[in-house]
Ligand binder design. Structure first.
Ligand code: SIN
Length: 317
């Protein structure tokens, strides 16, 4: 690697997907094309020192602790290299908000780590991957940019607030009340608010432990007719933590709550989040189960990392 460069790490996803035809956007396989090929279709890369590495090649619905470990470890090593200006990660849309949040939690990212994705495969007539990748590289190349970010459909999102909110629309991500961090317009970044300060993610772990040590944390939802049986089965199977996606402000069906309180009394960590797409659970003085302001999938990662940092976690099943 020569002078200041951007490293693009490929992990798969629809951005690297190929379809049966250019007009069948649902009939395709994710994670097929190498990241070098994705880069070759972007004119703005010409002249920029960009290096590509294929870190994984998966449909992100199958994201695993092993890939997360590899990705976080590689990002940490690259961030430590003075000649690396920033990192771009190509990823599937389905779990990109989880990967972004995990990286935000574990990396001291004083440089940009920009995740990007696509809602249409690379072979589709309306493929959005090349523009998203070009925008992500533009963000990674922007002086002053720092922290983990998600770039999609011309918007730059914060890893804590962003969620996938639509299964088909090109602009599939939203950060709720917070709105986007900024926009990429004709290759230029326009900020709506300042970049996060370096290392804002928490950096709880000096090095991410091997995946065999990652505790098992599950997500349950409260809903009409919810029962406590699922909690009892999880406890019997050795779960270390449960995040429950509650209704509204994290409220729970009485039967589910009773089982969760029993689990908590037995030492299982239980955290309440909300099923609502926007907003956050507001904790109350009478809460018997702690609340998280995060979405259920991010509260799960936060609890997993908390248990890992505490060191007393049950190994993953
Ligand atoms: C995936 O998440 O890998 C497939 C779906 C997508 O990228 O849109």
């Amino acid at each position: 690697m020569g002078s200041a460069s951007i490293v693009v790490l490929g992990t798969g996803g629809t951005i690297a997907g190929t379809g049966a035809s250019a007009t069948s956007p649902l009939d395709y396989r994710a994670g097929v094309l190498p990241v070098t090929q994705l880069l070759s279709s972007i004119p703005s890369v010409a002249g920029l020192p960009v290096h590509a590495e294929q870190l994984a090649q998966i449909d992100s619905k199958d994201m695993s602790p092993a890939v997360w470990h590899r990705l976080a470890t590689r990002c940490a090593a690259l961030l430590a290299q003075p000649q690396v200006r920033g990192i771009v990660v190509t990823h599937g849309t389905d779990t990109v908000e989880e990967t972004a949040f995990l990286l935000h939690q574990v990396l001291a990212a004083d440089k940009p780590v920009v995740l990007t994705c696509a809602m249409r495969p690379a072979t589709d007539l309306g493929s959005d991957g090349p523009q998203n990748l070009a925008d992500a590289i533009a963000v990674a190349n922007t002086p002053g940019a720092a922290g983990v970010l998600l770039v999609c459909a011309g918007r730059i999102h914060d890893p804590v607030q962003v969620s996938k909110v639509h299964p088909y629309r090109l602009d599939a991500f939203d950060a709720g009340d917070a709105g986007p961090v900024g926009f990429v317009e004709d290759g230029r970044v326009r900020l709506a608010r300042p970049w996060r300060s370096a290392g804002a993610g928490g950096c709880r772990l000096a090095a991410l432990p091997e995946v065999a040590q990652w505790p098992w944390v599950e997500i349950l939802a409260s809903h009409a007719g919810a029962r406590g049986t699922a909690v009892q089965l999880l406890c019997a199977a050795g779960v270390a933590g449960i995040v429950v996606a509650g209704t509204g402000n994290g409220s729970l069906h009485a039967e589910l709550e009773a089982a969760l309180l029993q689990a908590q009394a037995r030492g299982i960590r239980v955290v309440r989040a909300s099923r609502c797409a926007a907003g956050r659970v507001l904790p109350g003085a009478a809460d018997r189960l702690p609340a998280s302001p995060l979405s259920p999938v991010k509260a799960r990662i936060a609890l997993q990392l908390e248990l890992l940092a505490a060191g007393g976690a049950t190994p993953a099943a």
